[in-house]
Design a protein around this ligand. Structure first.
Ligand code: ADP
Length: 465
């Protein structure tokens, strides 16, 4: 493994999860072991205290029944049989040593004043742990009165207890390494299992980045989070693919729509070069060139308007405006064109209909719909524009009695550069409705169309207020 791979591996989520799991598992296990150890050490010490207490009780009874001589004899016998692990002393109530046995291994264990004081206060047993400097071990010591004048004092070496507990301690420390290794293995297994789905998503992303945009992550019944990631990833890919296909189509359409005026401009230029026309011919060629250029400029400007409207929702102005006034001025503007086509403009409007929006965008919206309603109308037809307020929205309706739109073409009319077959004879670039839809979307509204071929169309715009 190279240094870079090692570094990447150390920064990987699976490595970190493994390490965290191993650490937490080991620490928790250690804590449990230490609690266990603490209880064991308490029980061991408790046993020692019980042993001392039982001895004291025995000597107390012996003292009551047989007297001090029998007690002394018994101490001698026990000290011989118990060996070096135990010492016995008989003390006077003021702390003088009356008899001492087996003190060799313990040295000079001082009589505790605190213990004598406690006995003086009528306490039955007093325990102390004595550190035996230089002997290398500690002793547990009991004091207790066996008669009004004699105190029984006995000490037990804690050496065995400590050795026993040391075995436990060593075992715990020895267990640490295998515990950590086992925990790391389990953690690694769990992390691998949990991140397998993420790895599959990554693999798909790699394949897509190499060009296979139609690849998708398989959604099997795994963990909820991974399935959600896979679904979201697939949805995102669907959207990207739709956008790419849309952009490709749009590119084709732009190329197609730009090619015709450019070809015509080129044709005019060639004819001019031949140079055998009259002044009137040249004037007409110049006028045609200007017309074609205007068309090109209109395509480019409208494309830019759509892009700006779609991407710059936040730059849209919010100014108070009256929809009625806006519709009336649009009708005034289109009245001459309508008359020329023998189309009647009818308005059904309230006195005022105030909304907040971007005036120039609203004007574009209304004029685009009105222009289409006149353009695709029949001679002697009617265009009816109405506006109403319903609940939380303002509805603008533009209805015509024109050629209508075939049902199968209805889903496409808002696409860029889409033109219905039957309306190709009319002037147009197929961007007016795309811009109208972009404007309505930018204001959080909705645009709908209903149409019957040869009877007419109804465009309804709903804007929230
Ligand atoms: P165009 O510049 O061609 O008018 P639009 O985007 O405004 O572009 O409209 C797209 C197409 O939808 C038009 O080419 C036409 O076929 C159809 N269309 C739009 N409005 C109407 C209408 N009122 N009546 C019939 N067809 C319409």
């Amino acid at each position: 493994m190279s240094l870079k791979q090692l570094h990447n591996h150390r920064n990987s989520l699976s490595f970190r999860l493994t390490m965290w799991y191993a650490l937490i598992f080991t620490l928790t296990s250690l804590l449990a072991l230490f609690i266990f150890y603490y209880h064991i050490s308490r029980i061991t010490m408790g046993n020692t205290d019980n042993e001392l207490k039982e001895e004291l009780d025995e000597f107390y009874s012996l003292m009551q029944i047989d007297g001090v001589d029998q007690v002394t004899m018994e101490i001698v016998l026990e000290s011989e049989s118990e060996g070096k692990g135990v010492f016995f002393r008989l003390l006077s109530t003021d702390g003088r040593v009356l008899k001492a046995l087996n003190m060799g291994a313990y040295g000079d264990v001082a009589v505790s004043d605190a213990a004598l004081e406690a006995l003086d206060r009528n306490e039955k047993y007093v325990f102390e742990t004595v550190a035996l400097a230089g002997k290398g071990f500690n002793a547990r010591v009991i004091y207790g009165a066996i008669s009004p004048t004699i105190i029984f004092n006995m000490g037990l070496s804690l050496d065995d207890n400590y050795k026993y507990l040391a075995v436990f301690r060593n075992l715990i420390f020895l267990l640490m390494i295998p515990l950590f290794l086992i925990a790391a293995f389990i953690g690694w297994f769990l992390a691998r299992h949990a991140l397998k789905g993420v790895e599959e998503v990554t693999q798909t992303a790699i394949e897509i980045s190499r060009g296979s945009i139609d690849k998708r992550v398989e959604v099997k019944k795994r963990h909820f989070e991974i399935d959600r990631l896979a679904n979201t990833f697939n949805t995102m890919l669907d959207r990207i693919q739709t956008l790419i296909v849309g952009m490709r189509e749009m590119n084709d359409n732009v190329a197609h729509d730009l090619r015709s005026p450019l070809t015509r401009i080129r044709g005019i230029a060639e004819m001019t070069l031949v140079g055998n026309g009259s002044m009137e011919d040249y004037a007409e060629m110049a006028a045609n060139t200007i017309e074609e250029c205007d068309k090109l400029i209109e395509i480019i400007n409208t494309m830019m308007d759509i892009t700006e409207t779609e991407s710059g929702v936040s730059r849209m102005k919010s100014e108070p405006l009256d929809i009625v006034e806006l519709i009336l001025s649009a009708c005034e503007l289109f009245d001459p064109i309508a008359r020329e086509k023998d189309v009647r403009l009818v308005t059904e409007l309230p006195d005022r209909l105030p909304i907040v929006g971007d005036r120039s965008k609203m004007q574009r919206l209304v004029t685009n719909l009105l222009e289409n309603a006149i353009k695709y109308n029949k001679q002697g037809g009617t265009v009816t524009i109405s506006a109403t307020r319903e609940n939380q929205s303002v509805n603008i309706r533009v209805e015509d009695t024109g050629v209508g739109i075939p049902e199968e073409e209805l889903p496409h009319i808002f696409e860029r550069f889409y033109r219905c077959d039957r309306s190709r004879s009319q002037d147009g670039i197929g961007l007016g409705l795309s811009l109208a839809k972009a404007i309505v979307n930018a204001f959080g509204g909705e645009i709908r169309v209903q149409s019957v071929v040869n009877q007419g169309s109804l465009f309804t715009v709903s804007l929230p207020v």
